[in-house]
Write a protein that binds this ligand. Structure first.
Ligand code: DGY
Length: 429
């Protein structure tokens, strides 16, 4: 079924629930040449507001936010990534909101089509939004939603997992076992790096970078150097508290300092972990000169965005320096890898799994839907207090706040902020 098909075509035999779900059996007949044929799942076909969702999302709670806002939800089926012409065709001539993915290009043209079809919001199923032309959305008067607060520790844990997998050669050992190549314990087999009491360099000390830094400093007593345009006083204070705790227990304290420049951090660190946002000025932040500035046996971790690292330069560096190791969750041209990367033993590779836990992905779905539903209902924006992580009311409360959890251009659009609790007795889902 195509998403702009008349509503009555979407109907299927009614299930007992008040929320009606139907999976179309008809291929799309989308306008425009070269557009993929696709099935769409329609939820609540009688809803008066039309929301296009470009991938099925985990959990059920997100759908309750949308159906309670009287939305007919049209969900693209399939694992392939929707190209811009297909998205534009799916939006059609009338749509109220779209929930999209970080893998899609939400350019000025696509957002223009969204606004022209009457939509009030683009909501991204991700915290990062480098694939969205936010400036264009703002010019069009379109709020852009994202999903902060549910990925912080989850993504930091993946960075920790990659750090240890790379430093302690876990995937090499795994491959050896599966290949039947382990013939007995040897004194010098697969020797890795001890991280305990080493130095950790964080490039970008925002929410995820700071969470990772604390896990590594508090868990493994690593001294911290961070590089960020802004000082992170909260992180510095928490490391100082932890240092005082260590001293009180007769141990050597850990330290924390902000590097003036990136080379200073690169030269000092046993592990360098990248947590910066992708922007024109951070593209290839780590290239051949930066890799050369790192220690010979250092570990480089990237669980933020692939283009921050010049992947071809990384391949060349890892080839030339077998003691150097890298752990990657993200790639410069996802899902493609630079030639040679997958052949390197000193690199650990996972497919963009940073936020991939059930709790987090269901939470992201809930926040993406809550953003769309709230804007469609004319509700204000949850206060964008710096560092705010308090999205639990949207995830757990029976009557979550009458607000959009996170709109990245709320201030530029002059959207009203949430000030008071919800009206008593009214259900919001
Ligand atoms: C995000 O939300 O930006 C993450 O990359 C998803 O894992």
């Amino acid at each position: 079924m195509r998403p702009d098909e008349p509503l009555e075509h979407a109907s299927a035999p009614r299930p007992p629930a008040d929320r009606v779900m139907a999976t179309s059996l008809c291929p799309s007949t989308l306008k425009g040449a070269g557009v993929t044929k696709r099935d769409w799942k329609i939820v609540n076909p009688g809803g008066s507001r039309r929301v296009v969702v470009t991938k099925d999302l985990p959990g059920e709670r997100w759908l309750r936010f949308l159906t309670a806002a009287d939305c007919r939800v049209e969900i693209a089926q399939g694992d392939d990534i929707l190209a811009a012409p297909e998205i534009v065709a799916a939006l059609g001539d009338r749509v109220d909101a779209a929930i999209g993915q970080l893998t899609e290009a939400w350019s000025a043209d696509t957002l223009g089509a969204l606004a022209a079809a009457g939509a009030l919001i683009y909501s991204q199923f991700a915290v990062g939004y480098d694939n969205v032309d936010v400036a264009a959305a703002t010019r069009l008067g379109l709020p852009v939603g994202n999903t902060p607060g549910v990925l912080t520790e989850t993504t930091a844990e993946m960075a920790v997992a990659l750090t240890f997998a790379a430093a302690r050669r876990v995937t090499e050992g795994d491959r050896m076992m599966r290949a039947g190549a382990y013939h007995g314990w040897l004194p010098s087999m697969l020797l890795g790096n001890l991280l305990y009491r080493g130095t950790l360099g964080i490039v970008g000390a925002g929410r995820i970078g700071a969470a990772y830094a604390r896990m590594m400093a508090e868990g493994h007593r690593m001294d911290l150097v961070y590089y960020d345009v802004r000082p992170n006083q909260e992180l510095e204070a928490s490391i100082a508290d932890y240092a005082a705790f260590l001293v009180a227990h007769g141990e050597r304290p850990v330290t924390c300092r902000r590097a003036e420049a990136l080379p200073e951090l690169l030269g000092a660190s046993d592990v360098v972990s990248i947590h910066a946002a992708l922007a024109a000025e951070t593209r290839h932040l780590i290239g051949a000169p930066e890799l050369a500035a790192m220690k010979e046996g250092a570990v480089l971790i990237n669980a933020s965005r692939g283009p921050l690292v010049d992947e071809a330069a990384l391949v060349a560096h890892c080839r030339a320096h077998p003691r150097f190791r890298a752990g990657l969750d993200v790639y410069e041209r996802e899902p493609v890898m630079a030639p040679g990367l997958s052949e390197l033993d000193n690199v650990v590779l996972v497919p963009h799994l940073g936020s991939a836990t059930t709790w987090t992905r269901e939470g992201m779905a809930t926040l993406a839907a809550a953003n769309a539903a709230a804007i469609l209902r004319g509700w204000p924006v949850w206060p964008p207090v710096a560092g705010r992580e308090d999205v639990l009311p949207f995830l757990e409360e029976e009557k979550p706040p009458h607000a959009a959890p996170s709109i990245v251009n709320a201030v530029d659009l002059g959207l009203p902020q949430f000030a008071a609790g919800p009206p008593a007795g009214e259900d919001q889902q």
